[in-house]
Design a protein around this ligand. Structure first.
Ligand code: I3P
Length: 285
C-alpha cells in the first residue's frame, strides 16, 4: 500500500520497516533470487520511523505500466486462521470492504456483528478471485496515465487472466515475450534457491513493469514470508492442507506462464505478418 512508502532520492524508495521483510531481503541478497528482487540497501531512520531502503523499480522508465500479481493459493498465514478460531478479533473495516463488493457475502452472524475476522476476509478474497484455483491473482494494474484498476481481483478463470494480460500489454508481442522469458528464468532461479526451499511465501507479489522499450518482473513484498523450522522444506507446487505451510507459489507461476503463452498465441493471430512462428507455418504449408 502506498501509505507505507516515502519518496527518496537517487533511484531508491523507502518502505516502512518490518522485521520479517528486512530478514528476507538480507537473505535474498545472498541467494540466486537476487536478480529478481529490488536491491536492498539496509535501513534508515526518518523522524520516528525506520525504513527499508529499496531500489526504485520504476526509475528510468517513461510512463510505466504496472501489474501486481499476488502469488500463492492463499494470502493468509496459518497463524491468522488459528487466531480466528481461538481469539477472534472482529474487523469492521473488512466487513465494510466485503459489503461494498458483495452485500450477500457476510453470514447472518457477521451481519449482526458488523465485523469479520481478518482470516475470513482474506479467505473470502482468495476464493472470489483466482488465488485458490490458479495460485495467484491480479491485485491491480496501473496504466500509462496513472489510472489504477482493481476490478481484476474478481477474475476467476485462466481465459480471463489471458484477456487481462492482452489488455495490460496492449497485445504487444515483444512485451509479452519479454515477460514470458523473464518468468521462465525466474522459475529456474527458484529451483536453485535455498531461500525459496526454506521459506513460506505468503502475500508476496510479482510486479510486472514495462514502458515503450523495456519489460521486467520482480519479486516484492516479503512482510508475511517466514522461514520454516530447522530442516523443513516446502515444495510450493502442491495444494495447501492445514499445518503443511505449503503456499502454492509454483502453482501460480505455472498458471501465469501458461496464460502468457496463450496471450502470445492470440497476439500472434491478431498480427499474422509479424509473427515468426506463423510465417514458418505458412511456408511449410
Ligand atoms: C488488504 C490486503 C493486505 C492486508 C490488509 C488487507 O485487503 O489483503 O494484504 O495486509 O490487512 O486489509 P485489501 O487489499 O482487500 O484492501 P497484510 O498482507 O499485511 O496482512 P490489514 O488491514 O490488516 O493490513
Amino acid at each position: 500500500s502506498p501509505g507505507n512508502f516515502q519518496v527518496s532520492k537517487g533511484g531508491e524508495v523507502l518502505k516502512l520497516y518490518s522485521e520479517p521483510e528486512a530478514k528476507c531481503l538480507d537473505c535474498l541478497m545472498r541467494d540466486p533470487l537476487r536478480p529478481f528482487v529490488p536491491q536492498y540497501h539496509g535501513l534508515v531512520t526518518r523522524g520516528e520511523h525506520c525504513y527499508i531502503r529499496l531500489e526504485d523499480l520504476l526509475s528510468g522508465l517513461r510512463r510505466p505500466v504496472i501489474m501486481d500479481c499476488k502469488m500463492g493459493v492463499r494470502t493468509y498465514q496459518e497463524e491468522e486462521l488459528i487466531k480466528a478460531r481461538t481469539k477472534p478479533t472482529l474487523r469492521s473495516d473488512m466487513y465494510q470492504k466485503m459489503m461494498k463488493v458483495d452485500p450477500s457475502a457476510p453470514s447472518e452472524e457477521e451481519h449482526a456483528q458488523k465485523g469479520v475476522t481478518k482470516w475470513r476476509y482474506l479467505q473470502w478474497r482468495d476464493t472470489t478471485s483466482s488465488t485458490s484455483t490458479l495460485g495467484f491473482r491480479i491485485e491491480g494494474v496501473m496504466m500509462e496515465d496513472g489510472n489504477v484498476q482493481r476490478d481484476f481481483r474478481k477474475i476467476q478463470t485462466l481465459t480471463q487472466v489471458t484477456e487481462a494480460l492482452l489488455y495490460f500489454t496492449r497485445s504487444q508481442l515483444d512485451t509479452l515475450k519479454a515477460y514470458h522469458s523473464r518468468l521462465l528464468d525466474l522459475k529456474d532461479a527458484l529451483r536453485n534457491s535455498s531461500f525459496f526451499r526454506t521459506h513460506e511465501v505468503i502475500g508476496s507479489s510479482l510486479l510486472f513493469v514495462h514502458d515503450h522499450n523495456k519489460a521486467s518482473v520482480w519479486m516484492i513484498d516479503f512482510g508475511k514470508t517466514t522461514p520454516l523450522p530447522d530442516t523443513r522444506e516446502l515444495q510450493h507446487s502442491v495444494p495447501w492442507t492445514e499445518g503443511s505451510r505449503e503456499d502454492g507459489y509454483l502453482i501460480g507461476l505455472t498458471s501465469l506462464i501458461t496464460s502468457l503463452s496463450d496471450a502470445i498465441g492470440l497476439a500472434c493471430g491478431q498480427q499474422e505478418d509479424t509473427c515468426e512462428e506463423d510465417n514458418v507455418l505458412h511456408e511449410v504449408l
